[in-house]
Write a protein that binds this ligand. Sequence first.
Ligand code: GUN
Length: 286
Amino acid sequence: MATGKIIDGKEIAGQLRRQLQEEVQSLITEHGVTPGLAVVLVGNNPASHMYVKMKKQACADVGITSFAHELPEETTEEALLSLIHTLNGHPAVHGILVQMPLPAHIRSQRILEAISPDKDADGFHPRNVGLLAVGAPLFRPCTPWGCMELLRIIGVKPAGQSAVVLGRSNIVGKPVALMLLAENATVTLCHSQTRNLPEIIHTADILISAVGQAELVRGDWLKPGVVVIDVGMNRRASDGKLCGDVAFQEALPKVAAITPVPGGVGPMTITMLLKNTVFSASRCVA
Ligand code: GUN
């Protein structure tokens, strides 16, 4: 499934989704189980509404039932916990996703810890974070897993390579560093306090950037032949267009392969969410 120098995340995600659709069909016909994903959204964040709409559509496309719970901004932490407990016990729900960020009066960590680790389609529960850290993952977080799938599908083997990760978030930077380490890369994890960023980035055979700063990484920082996975989703100040963390046009002549923004990592994130949901449903019939 090779792609050209520009990694077509949309095409790769489409192929994976067609495979998932077949798995869903066989779960339904052979076991009478339709995978179900509960999607919980609290408040009015426009970006969150857009993501949730995309997730529900993606579920429908592959035959997963989605259970949408759209709650008002003023929802209490207790009310949200109560909904999660109900979903934890609901037999038709195999995966639960609470869209982040939550309103400020709700403690996100408390919510993530309330989701059953056996229905944790986002892989954010501390148990699943711990399992990933010890090299025995159950549910993997979707964006980092999508990055690793892109590398695998284009034939990049991390073992022995220098992998530089930009950003130390719980959602992307930290877990993708663990996944690269599990594949025997030599991993450097950079963040806002890192000194000599251009020099460190110049050592990378694989660069994964997830800092959310428009075109921070310049073409002349890159080692020729590097593979770049750009998780950034930013608006360029000059023209308001979507762009990544890496200056794409400058990078293109230097890289062996690079993900575009949009159309790179984005479509993979939702695909991995679907994969986690189908995996969870398949555990029920095993
Ligand atoms: N907000 C930004 N990314 C994510 C994600 O992967 N999952 C959830 N639930 N919320 C997010």
